[in-house]
Ligand binder design. Structure first.
Ligand code: ZN
Ligand code: ZN
Length: 348
């Protein structure tokens, strides 16, 4: 089968490799669509993981083979694939910190080499633990593979929204209106809160308004804090979701978030970046800083419900379609987006 193998920093190689062999409790999925995620791009561009690997984890496809002992799954079924599933027993899992679980981190779907998602291939193998524990999600007949590929990123965004305890009537600042920021705007609105978005690209500012933002501004606008005060009765926003890895965005968030509010680090910052803050800003204003990484097992059915019942319009986020062969071009496009680049989908 064909796969895009990570052979080193910025080296993707389109290769013929063997289709993964199944053990008795495993399932093989033919990948139909896989979303290109910012985290894939980081793993390709920075020396974070030893090559060779096959990345790609926002996977939707068709079951192509099942091991002898697999029950309840049949060849031909359409499924969204979760690349990690926690153990549900360790101290992290018992505290709902599923993405810190060793099983979650170490067991992954794979197309070969060190298991790393494996969606950037024609076939991906789903390990028994993931098969048994809810990692295969049936796709309803009226939902496309494209839409189904959004279940995983929806879960990740949903987790941040839930962690920040966003409730109806609140106002939320979303910094960055790329595919993730726009999904935040949709989810914030879905849960009855108001979203204010910022970005540098005029087209993305416009798009944020189109998908439901109450207001959207240029992130460089020096009057942004004043404008946000004006929209929030002089209070500032209840929550800021940082969807861009920018220290400027963080300081802006500090200026725009109300006393007692929350700032969520969602985007992954470059490792070398450090941010100096005066702790009294947090103490006197009681602002909570929190991080939200990856998805939550507990939100899996809600994430599926949101996508499969079209409670948010994930199709509005799709901008580009690339064959797997052209993954490198897709990555280039994501790094230097045009005014119309949002979510990029890859087709093996
Ligand atoms: Zn992702
Ligand atoms: Zn665990």
């Amino acid at each position: 089968m064909k796969a895009q193998v990570f052979r080193g920093v910025n080296q993707l190689s389109y290769e013929d490799i063997p289709v993964p062999e199944l053990s008795a409790d495993e399932v093989l999925v033919q990948v139909r669509v896989v979303g290109l995620c910012q985290s894939d791009i980081k793993k390709i561009r920075y020396p974070l993981y030893e090559p060779p690997r096959i990345f790609g984890h926002e996977t939707a496809g068709t079951i192509a083979a099942v091991g002898n002992e697999v029950k309840n799954w049949e060849i031909g079924q359409r499924v969204a694939v979760m690349h990690h599933i926690p153990c549900m027993r360790c101290a992290y899992c018992l505290n709902d910190n599923f993405s810190m679980c060793d099983v979650y981190k170490n067991i992954s779907t794979t197309a070969g080499f060190n298991a790393s998602g494996g969606g950037f291939a024609e076939y991906v193998k789903v390990p028994g633990h993931i098969v048994r524990s809810g990692g295969l999600i049936p796709i309803p007949d009226d939902i496309s593979f494209e839409e189904a590929s959004f279940v995983e990123p929806t879960n990740c965004c949903l987790k941040a929204v839930k962690k920040a305890q966003i409730i109806p009537g609140q106002t939320v600042l979303v910094t960055g209106a790329g595919p993730i920021g726009l999904m935040f705007v949709m989810l914030v609105k879905h849960f009855g809160a108001k979203a204010i978005a910022t970005d540098l690209l005029p087209s993305r500012i416009e798009k944020a308004l189109n998908v439901g933002a109450e207001a959207a501004f240029d992130a460089r606008d020096p009057d942004l804090p004043a404008k946000i005060q004006a929209l929030t009765d002089g209070m500032g926003v209840d929550v800021t979701l940082l969807a861009v890895p920018s220290d400027k965005a963080f300081f802006q968030a500090l200026d725009c978030t109300r006393k007692g509010g929350k700032i969520v680090f969602f985007a992954e910052f470059p490792d070398e970046m450090e941010i100096a803050i005066n702790p009294n800003l947090l103490y006197r204003r009681e602002i909570d800083l929190m991080g939200s990484y990856s998805s939550s097992y507990r939100l899996q059915s809600l994430a599926s419900d949101i996508v499969f019942n079209r409670r948010i319009d994930v199709k509005a986020l799709i901008s580009d379609h690339y064959p797997l062969e052209k993954l490198s071009q897709a990555v280039e496009m994501a790094i230097a987006p045009t005014s119309e680049t949002y979510k990029i989908l890859i087709y093996p």
